[in-house]
Design a protein around this ligand. Structure first.
Ligand code: WTA
Length: 655
């Protein structure tokens, strides 16, 4: 583990307080109110969380212990409480006017759209829950979801939650290989997919990928349910069933199963610096409360808001802030199938105009892509419905922040820059929009109840503006519970880089950060070998393994280099097996190979052929040096541990 390598050179002075008008109507109205909430939560976190759990959620049975932290780092929240997330997202909204309020407003990429009220969504979820039951899915059985952004994706997730079948959503951009690994690891019994989905004017064939994933050997998968979305020809075997056939005769009566608070709700795979992707496990009660409270306070959800988070349900942001957080609050959530694309440079702004979106949450990479497409597109749409903006996924550069603020927010919408991770379940560091003045590029302050800190590897707090590791000093309800089937990896990855101090466990997030004189957090980026491409975490290891599985490749080392739109782009340094020669064609073939193994998100922007890779005497590849080479900057830092200095000279010459 090296020191944070990304130094923050920029000292941002600008401060943007919320307008008086925004604060007056906000749920949390002032910095003082935030501070008193924060202090109260810090003084007695258990009281803070249990009061909210009681006020805000429906429980079939109350818990007897708020937090069991007797076996750290394995936490249990709301022990012996009985709860159902689908009940909290649906049933409890049916007795009021919310019954006929739009729950999901969906917009397809080709321009088709659909609205489901809470009553309708409830009915669809109940039906599909009964379908799953009829296919033999029982409480505790894994369900895989490999879907485009269509309402059925959310319906399938909620149906799983309803009957207590943990879901594992796999992003539709992942390849058959990546899908297979995840389905096998999660021991999935039924896969829900679609024939295809629309992405950038083309059909992404999903069902054919499922077929490929399942053809490569036995799995626990018994049935595949297929939504007809794009209607291209696909093969259907005895194993495969159409969603529309199954749903036709399904009963809409399916009471929500009272789940134990600590029953597994879902597994979501995320990249680490080593080995295969980790199955991040989230459980029911704590996750529900955390997604609910963060969505409510951070997005300042009010009854008439139309809320849109652009994330795909294949990522944690799609779980917590497209589906569960907003629905648990009875909000209207917009789902959009399309991605920013040159053929329709106004697509996001059209959705905002059409549906009068009031809260908009997206990623810096999307913002940068739209900046490139020009101001005319947003300027020619009516964006006056917007009152709040958000970003997530990577640090946002101040220029992009200012564009978002002026061109999209018309200088009146607060921007919540939200720092969090798959592992944290929900947002951890962010402005509460009516209370906390923002600074471009800073995620600002921790959510009440989150004891975030910047520390060194002994767990000592860093001084003002001193770089260190982003850490959390106390458990929170939304925290991941373990790595699926690998508790040791959970402990090693998150709780051992910084050893417990006097028995106090500290959560290690893997990000470098500093805190300024106002206590604002400035996240600088990953400190491990994880690359953040367009807001998606990719482990260098995974890309390297994919490259090495090609017969031409002897050795590969992958690093990130700064990229204007994607934040980081992948550069792969590759040495070849004896008979192969470097060529443009081979570079192209290797890129294609990585796409086939992992998916298009992992396509290296650049392949660099080398005679040898720089290594330490113990044989470790010195990625730090490769990062500098890839970025085209002077090699900084110590090179004395290099085994063969000529390797570095050669790589430099080859650049
Ligand atoms: C990065 C996404 C700076 C960070 C919710 C983190 C951010 C990783 C921000 C988690 C932000 C996310 N500012 N960096 N606002 N949000 N990150 O698991 O490096 O896909 O560790 O969760 O994204 O990525 P993940």
């Amino acid at each position: 583990m090296s020191q944070p390598t990304i130094e923050s050179i920029l000292q941002e002075e600008r401060l943007f307080p919320p307008t008086a008008e925004f604060s007056a109507q906000a749920r949390i109205k002032s910095l003082e109110e935030y501070k008193s909430l924060y202090d109260r939560a810090k003084a007695d976190p258990l009281k803070f969380w249990s009061e909210l759990a009681e006020q805000e959620l429906h429980w079939f049975q109350k818990w007897d212990t708020v937090l069991d932290w007797s076996n750290p780092p394995f936490a249990k929240w709301f022990v012996n409480g009985k709860i159902n997330l689908s009940y909290n997202c649906l049933d409890r909204h049916l007795d009021s006017d919310r019954r006929n309020k739009p729950a999901i407003v969906w917009e397809g990429e080709p321009g088709d759209s659909k609205t489901l009220t809470y009553a309708e969504l409830h009915q669809e979820v109940c039906k599909f829950a009964n379908v799953l039951k009829s296919l033999g899915v029982k409480k505790g059985d894994g369900v895989g979801i490999y879907m485009p952004m269509v309402p059925e994706a959310a319906i399938a997730m909620l149906a799983c939650a309803r009957i207590g079948a943990p879901h594992s959503v796999v992003f539709g951009g992942f390849s058959a290989e990546a899908l297979r690994d995840r389905l096998v690891d999660a021991e999935v019994k039924v896969v829900v997919t679609a024939d295809g989905g629309w992405r950038k004017d083309a059909i992404v064939p999903l069902k054919p990928q499922v077929d490929k994933a399942l053809a490569e050997g036995t799995t626990s998968v018994e049935k595949v349910v297929v939504v007809k979305r794009t209607a291209q020809d696909i093969a259907m075997s005895d194993r495969d069933l159409w969603w529309h056939d199954l749903i036709q005769d399904a009963s809409a009566d399916c009471p929500a199963e009272p789940m134990d608070s600590e029953d597994m709700l879902f597994i979501l795979y995320t990249s680490g610096s080593t080995g295969k992707p980790k199955g991040v496990v989230h459980t029911t009660g704590g996750y529900n409360l955390y997604a609910h409270m963060t969505a409510q306070w951070i997005f300042d959800l009010q009854e008439n808001d139309v809320y849109w988070c652009t994330a795909d349900v294949g990522w944690i942001t799609g779980h917590s802030y497209v589906v569960y957080g907003p629905l648990s609050n009875g909000a209207t959530t917009v789902m959009y199938e399309g991605a920013p694309r040159a053929s329709n440079p106004g697509c996001f702004w059209d959705v905002i105009e059409k549906h009068k979106v009031s809260i908009f949450y997206t990623a810096p990479t999307a913002i940068r892509a739209f900046i490139k497409m020009g101001d005319d597109h947003p300027n020619s749409r009516d964006l006056s419905s917007l009152r709040l903006l958000g970003t997530v996924g990577e640090p946002i550069n101040p220029e992009a922040w200012m564009w978002y603020h002026t061109i999209i927010g018309k200088e009146k919408c607060p921007i919540v820059d939200t720092w969090w991770q798959t592992e944290t379940g929900g947002i951890m560091i962010t402005a509460l929009p009516g209370a906390i003045p923002t600074k471009p590029g800073s995620a600002t302050l921790p959510f009440p109840g989150i004891l975030a800190d910047i520390v060194d590897l002994d767990g000592n707090s860093a001084g003002v503006n001193e770089g260190g590791y982003l850490a959390v000093r106390y458990p929170w309800p939304g925290m991941m519970r373990t790595v699926y089937k690998d508790p040791d990896r959970f402990r090693k990855t998150y709780w051992e880089h910084i050893p417990p101090q006097d028995g106090q466990y500290i959560y290690f997030a893997g990000d470098g950060a500093r805190r300024d004189e106002d206590g604002y957090f400035w996240v600088m980026g990953r400190v491990d070998d994880v690359i953040n491409v367009a807001g998606h975490r990719l482990g260098t290891m995974e890309v390297e393994s994919a490259l090495v599985s090609h017969p031409a490749v002897a050795e590969a080392a992958v690093v990130g280099k700064p990229d204007e739109i994607k934040g980081q782009d992948i550069v792969a340094f590759v040495t070849l097996e004896g008979t192969y020669q470097p060529s443009e064609d081979l570079a192209k073939e290797l890129k294609k190979h990585v796409v086939g193994e992992i998916g298009a998100i992992a396509r290296p922007g650049e392949i660099r052929f080398a005679d040898a890779l720089p290594k330490t005497r113990s044989g470790k590849i010195m990625r730090r040096l490769l990062r500098d080479l890839a970025a085209g900057v002077e090699i900084s830092g110590d090179t004395s541990t290099l085994e063969d200095r000529s390797v570095l000279e050669k790589l430099r010459e080859g650049a």
